[in-house]
Every structure is written in C-alpha cells, then in structure tokens.
Write a protein that binds this ligand. Sequence first.
Ligand code: ZN
Ligand code: ZN
Length: 88
Amino acid sequence: MNSCGKNIPKKVMFPSSPRAMVNLRNKIGQQILNESENIVDLCAQCGSTADGNWIGCDSCWRWYHCHCVGIDSLRLKALKYWQCPVCM
Ligand SMILES: [Zn+2]
Ligand SMILES: [Zn+2]
C-alpha cells in the first residue's frame, strides 16, 4: 500500500461545531503521528528493529540498517545526504 494517503478517510464528514472540528483534527493528527513512529522503528528494507548502524533517508524519512542498503561505517561517516532505494 502506498504510504501516502492511507490515513486519509475516503469520505470526511465535517462536524458542525468548531470544537468538534478541533477534536477531529487532533484525532487525525495523532493517528498520523502513530503511523510515522512505526515507520521510524522498522528498517524499511528488512522490516526488523534489530540493533546495528542505521541510516535515515533524507528524502522520505524511512530508516534502514546500513548493511541492508550496502553502506559500511566508513561510507556512513562520509555521507551528508542519502536517499534510500525507493527515492533514488
Ligand atoms: Zn534492515
Ligand atoms: Zn527515501
């Protein structure tokens, strides 16, 4: 499934009062926050949370084990900007 847009309900019923509107927005914001925490916890390549060197994509904020994307520790130190295989 595409990671963009899966949290957006197909049909949004807008509440009638401003207070209810704020509650709805907070709820949706919290859902998106929870989802993105899950993404950070998992290696996007192997799907595990195993220890090791991690590298974050500067384009989409996915996280990977260095060994899962073929980056050794020397290259990791030299890298200032890195794009994951999905973004490249
Ligand atoms: Zn991995
Ligand atoms: Zn990426």
